[in-house]
Design a protein around this ligand. Structure first.
Ligand code: 5WX
Length: 119
């Protein structure tokens, strides 16, 4: 639960980064996060980068967070959405990957709402 001013009004970048870190941490620990924990390798998927021009993963997001890249909600939400859209673009709907993307995205949105970061 949340206390104090609604987060979306807080312009405090440190508070925002702390909230993004909390969302990222819980998303990383979700059972459906395993395909997204680190970049897809060419070894695993030789043609992946012929199809996916803007790859993203949770490890890269953690690095960006540490570097202070996520100065707005929009930047954080764009990278997270990219993880799911890449997965649903590359994989067919009946695959385990596609199901993981949908499950994890639902959980992510719930966490964002809990922190007053959604809409
Ligand atoms: C290990 O992750 C994968 C392996 C194979 C295809 C994939 O599409 N999206 C992924 N995250 C993925």
């Amino acid at each position: 639960h949340r206390t104090g001013r609604p987060l979306e009004e807080s312009s405090d970048p440190e508070k925002l980064a702390a909230s993004f870190a909390a969302v990222l941490q819980s998303v990383r620990h979700h059972a459906s996060a395993w395909p997204f924990l680190k970049p897809v390798t060419v070894a695993e998927v030789p043609d992946y980068y012929d199809h996916i021009k803007y790859p993203m993963d949770l490890k890269t997001m953690g690095e960006r967070l540490k570097k202070g890249y996520y100065v707005t909600r929009r930047l954080f939400m764009a990278d997270m959405a990219r993880i799911f859209s890449n997965c649903r673009f590359y994989n067919s709907p009946e695959t385990e990957y596609y199901r993981c993307a949908n499950n994890l995205e639902r959980y992510y949105q719930t966490k964002m709402r809990e922190l007053g970061l959604w809409d």
